[in-house]
Design a protein around this ligand. Sequence first.
Ligand code: C5P
Ligand code: C5P
Length: 466
Amino acid sequence: MSFTQEIADAAETIKNADSVTIISHIDADGITSEAVLRQAITRRNINLESVFVRQLEPMTMKHVPDNDSLKVFIDLGAGQQNLLEERGLKESEVLIIDHHVSQDTDTPYQQVNGLKYGYEKLSAAGAGYFVARDIEDSNIDLAKLAVIGNVGDMMARESRGLIGPAKEIADDGVKAGNVKIIDGDLNSYGISTRPLHFFLSYSNDPFVPGITNDAEGAQRLVEEYAKIPLRKDNGKFRVWEDLKSDEKDRIIKLMKYHLIDSDEPVAPERLIAQHYVFPDEPRYTPLRNASEYATMLNACGRWVKPKVGSTVCCGNKKSTEYTEACREAADMLRHHRSVIREMMEYILDTGVTELSHLQYLHVGDRFPDTIVGIGAGMALSKLNWRLPIMILCYLPDDPELVKISMRTNETMVSKGVDLQAALLEASEAVGGAGGGHKIAAGAYISRSREAGFAERVNEILKRQLS
Ligand code: C5P
Ligand code: C5P
């Protein structure tokens, strides 16, 4: 079997179905996955229903309908095939399109998963897009959504751009005319919406002395040293996307100069990354580029309105339903940002407990389980990057459970850290379940087994690094 064959077989399975249920995940990759498949399937006039879940676990399995539709699990399912078996789902009624580590089960469910073929940087929306393109060539207009899914799942972060099959998807988007790839740009977030000096001061990968977390320093760099106007003629702040390429070059050159003051040497190329801009979306909105669009979808999903995100992805732009969805999504984005900021401050102010190979913090019921993973990732960028971070929290709707989120970075993964394996082993040992990736993983365990859990994971990480 090859990846291409898996894709072709999946396209056949979908084309032959009378009706389909898509079961997808509530984050940006899950929402774009659903949006890609939904359009590919409805364009063929196949009956369709979509269900979003925060994770496939015994409690959420009830949302999977009991009917004779083809159940397409996307961005989840690979690591929870035992639940599908327990539910009695037959091989013929299941298709899994995923990029999470797969679980061995007796029933050989049909699956599309790039991991088996070494494609670590392809998200579920990416795999779903290849299936959609196989169903019909004209579906290349959906590549844009898959680019958002890939960027949302951080597939472009370390490589500073999409690579391998994910790059092929971005190139399809360029062919379709709704994606523009900007090369050699600054690796920073908010190119379409953040006022220039804030955009630069939020830039923290890498940390730039005198600029990162210093809006005044950033303003001086723009106005005094680069001699670039901060505002437009109408008095509004300019955004990065407004700058001409020679203006961008001047700023990047000055930023590189500031890097010389770093505590540890930083390669100047770390400042450079590729951006994905959508010419068919309005300027000065989060819809205009892949990473801001992904944050907006994450906001919809994590605040339990994934269908609003899905309408933004594929609604008819002239409809009031679409306009209303965009407004609601913008509100959720504002809320999402402020809660994440609050959580970051809470983690940094309260402080984590450091073990030999792990740092952790229990946030109780202060923050929803759907966003602690994001907080963990952001807090790690300000803490000791050598220690994987673990955040524990309680679930509002289930007093019996504890949610665990872990994050690390590529350097620790290259040294042997595998959070998916660590959480799977530790949670199974206490009767829970977990999964994910080497770099980011999550689990649910029973509240009664919470004591000593961090120490258990610490021991596993120690073994992985020995
Ligand atoms: O459910 P799931 O795969 O979608 O979780 C995605 C999260 O995992 C992202 O928010 C991202 O922080 C993290 N991740 C990552 N690098 C990867 C894969 C996932 O940082 N290669
Ligand atoms: O929820 P969080 O963002 O921390 O999830 C990180 C990764 O772990 C995601 O890829 C998610 O799908 C996975 N995960 C899992 N099983 C769980 C919880 C999370 O596979 N019980």
